[in-house]
Design a protein around this ligand. Structure first.
Ligand SMILES: Nc1ncnc2c1ncn2[C@@H]1O[C@H](COP(=O)(O)OP(=O)(O)OP(=O)(O)O)[C@@H](O)[C@H]1O
Ligand SMILES: [Mg+2]
Length: 658
């Protein structure tokens, strides 16, 4: 009967704690909590002992009857550890705070002490008559076993509680939306929204809640049709951009693909998988030396639109700047010279299409000055009927310039095209392995494998290649088989490229999807400026952030995720007394419970920097709630791993579960 009374007392305490908020938040609450734990501990001990005795009574074998009866004391000692197990499970589920585990540990230790006390007290009478070693040897082994078991479970619980984050319901979401109502997009909603397509955004699970699902959860797929169709990826160096976005997209995207892969790590891994789709896969790599295409073959000289195209090609050659100014005379005149010579090459009726290349432009720019002046005279003489008058007008501007000034822009034009004198680089943009318009068939994949060193010193190579492929899509005016995904890793190295802005703003209509990967927001600002960066953010449908190390990005992201209204509860208790006269004295006590509505960020910058796992990301989606989900790291997914060839960059590394 005793244990039933204890149980009733404990449950009554629990009810008081749960229902009477005023008590819960005061020192009385701690007293009631203590009472609950004491009651429940005593109940469990009592019940475990009685139950084991009951089992013993029903056992036929005399030996086991004795063992069970004697082990009732062990069961009695260990029973409160069950409570501890429950408290740890609830702590891990985020239902209770560490304090609950501390109280449960205290209860288990208390049970140890009681068991020890019951074992030691009968021997105390013999203390003066026998040596201590004899008394220890006489201790009941069943009590000892109970003591040690309960003691070590308490130790383990302390260890576990220290490792667990001090999570728990430290605040509650308010039903009001006074300070905002931001929340994460539910994973089920994300699955419904992103169920088809070849752009792999991530995995449909919450790594902060369910980390074991990583690599097994369903993929979140985007088809590039909804919204602007463009994506931005931000992750620090080694932040799973290539392995978590680049390779998965390459494996799943079924239409034409252009992949800027300067370290040439992705091409050998996915080549077979892309070929298995029936695609022709080419790698533009100067070290390979065989593959190249004519980056001028898309220019249609039958209309005067070609004049704008010629100027665009000159801009890619000469390098554009976001804050372009016209204060550099030589650079400007050099562009005029390049435009004039290029127009003359493209409109020349006597040249075969395969002869109209940048290689020929370079050879003409490198002519000695007198010969070049003569060439300009000849172009000028061709008059207004030739090439819509464009070459003649540019030649007219340049041909009579003084010797000194001519030498200035002649030198500048020579510098701008100097890289075309390197055969392996020139071959990339003057070759004939394929035609630019083949990309429209939806069955050509181009990997731009220009090494980082070359990309750094001669970004023009990649600008020309990308510009030609993007323009091929424009010229098609939507007559493309499927869409073209431009997946640009290390895109910051390209520098400013006006054509990417055009692709961003009008690309969706022309079947172009851009996926740009940056290591930081700073890289993006350096290329596009603050306003340009804003424009990219406004017109990208998805923005993926993972593995962030930059405080300003964390601040930006935290702000973008928004705020919600939280409830904080406060309790104050006080008493006072006052003496009015010699005969009158009054005293008062007051208790106040208050509920305050506070504003809280959905995720704080320090939480992004310190607690976001490496395999976790936050996705900002236009006009939707932010999404917190896993990353589709290809080497964690057996079905993807089996479709890739081994990676020479592969290192055995495990994802740090911070
Ligand atoms: N097959 C693999 N098995 C295990 N770890 C790998 C494998 N391939 C890459 N990694 C590791 O995954 C991490 C992320 O690599 P990844 O190339 O995706 O980074 P990144 O964001 O593209 O970096 P960077 O900006 O330097 O290109 C690295 O620590 C890398 O060592
Ligand atoms: Mg990479």
């Amino acid at each position: 009967m005793q244990h039933q009374k204890l149980m009733i007392a404990s449950l009554a305490s629990l009810l008081v704690i749960l229902c009477v908020r005023r008590v819960r938040d005061s020192w009385v609450g701690w007293f009631v909590r203590g009472e609950f734990w004491f009651g429940i501990t005593m109940f469990l001990r009592d019940y475990a002992r009685v139950y084991t005795m009951h089992l013993a009574a029903g056992t036929a074998s005399a030996y086991w009857r004795i063992v069970l009866a004697r082990s009732s004391v062990t069961a009695e000692a260990v029973a409160p550890a069950l409570l501890l197990l429950g408290a740890i499970a609830l702590l891990e589920a985020g239902v209770v705070r560490r304090g609950t585990v501390v109280l449960a540990t205290g209860a288990t230790l208390g049970s140890c002490v009681l068991t020890a006390w019951h074992a030691v007290v009968p021997l105390m009478a013999y203390y003066s008559r026998y040596p201590i070693s004899t008394l220890i040897a006489a201790l009941d082994p069943y009590s000892q076993a109970g003591f040690y078991l309960a003691f070590f479970s308490a130790l383990l619980a302390v260890k576990k509680a220290r490792e667990s984050p001090a999570t728990g319901p430290s605040w509650q979401r308010s039903p009001s939306n006074l300070h905002g109502n931001s929340d994460w997009m539910p994973i089920s909603a994300a699955r419904r929204k992103f169920q088809a397509g070849g752009i792999i955004i991530g995995e449909a699970y919450r790594p902060d809640r369910d980390p074991k699902v990583g690599g097994k959860a369903p993929l979140l797929r985007y088809d590039g049709e909804v919204g602007s169709g463009h994506c931005l990826v931000f992750a620090g160096s080694g932040g799973y951009k290539t392995t978590g976005v680049g390779i998965p997209c390459t494996l799943e995207w079924s239409d034409a693909l252009v992949y800027l892969d300067p370290s040439a790590e992705v091409f050998p891994m996915v080549r077979a998988a892309r070929e298995a789709l029936g695609h022709r896969v080419v790698s533009l790599n100067p070290e390979d030396g065989r593959v190249g295409f004519n980056v001028l073959d898309w220019i249609d000289t039958s209309t005067d639109r070609s004049l704008m195209d010629i100027q665009a090609v000159v801009a890619w050659l000469a390098g554009e700047r976001v804050d372009e100014r016209n204060d550099d005379y030589f650079k400007h005149a050099a562009r005029g010279l390049l435009g004039c010579l290029l127009a003359d090459i493209l409109f020349a009726p006597g040249l075969l299409p395969e002869e109209k290349t940048l290689g020929l432009l370079r050879r003409r720019v490198a002519l000695p000055i007198p010969e070049l002046r003569q060439l300009l005279e000849d172009i000028y003489a061709k008059g207004d009927s030739y090439g819509f008058g464009f070459p003649a007008q540019l030649a007219g501007n340049l041909k009579d310039i003084t010797e000194k000034q001519f030498a200035g822009f002649y030198g500048e034009a020579g510098n701008l095209t100097a890289w075309l004198a390197v055969p392996s680089l020139a071959r990339l943009v003057c070759g004939s392995s394929f035609e630019t318009r083949e990309i429209l068939s939806g069955e050509l994949d181009v990997f731009i494998n220009v090494p980082l060193k070359v990309l750094q010193s001669n970004p023009q190579v990649c600008r020309l290649i990308l510009g030609a492929l993007l323009n091929a899509a424009y010229e098609a005016r939507g007559k493309i088989s499927g869409r073209i995904l431009f997946l640009l890793d290390e895109v910051a190295r390209l520098g400013y490229m006006g054509i990417l802005e055009t692709a961003r703003d009008a690309g969706r209509k022309y079947g172009i999807n851009l996926l740009l990967m940056y290591q930081s927001l700073g890289q993006m600002t350096a290329t596009w400026g603050m306003q340009g960066r804003q424009a990219w953010f406004d017109s990208s449908y998805l923005k993926l952030f993972g593995c962030l190390q930059d405080v300003s990005v964390a601040e930006f992201l935290s702000k973008a995720c928004g705020e919600f209204t939280a409830v904080s509860q406060g309790y104050t208790h006080g008493s006072g007394s006052s003496t009015g006269s010699a005969t009158s004295k009054s005293s008062s006590t007051h208790e106040t419970t208050s509920e305050q509505q506070l504003v809280r960020r959905l995720i704080k910058p320090e939480e992004i920097l310190q607690t976001l796992r490496d395999d976790e990301q936050i996705v900002l989606i236009s006009n939707c709630r932010p999404l917190r989900c896993g990353r589709a790291i290809y080497f964690r997914r057996p079905e993807m791993l089996s479709r890739t060839q081994s990676n020479e960059f592969q290192q055995i590394s495990r994802i740090a579960a911070r």
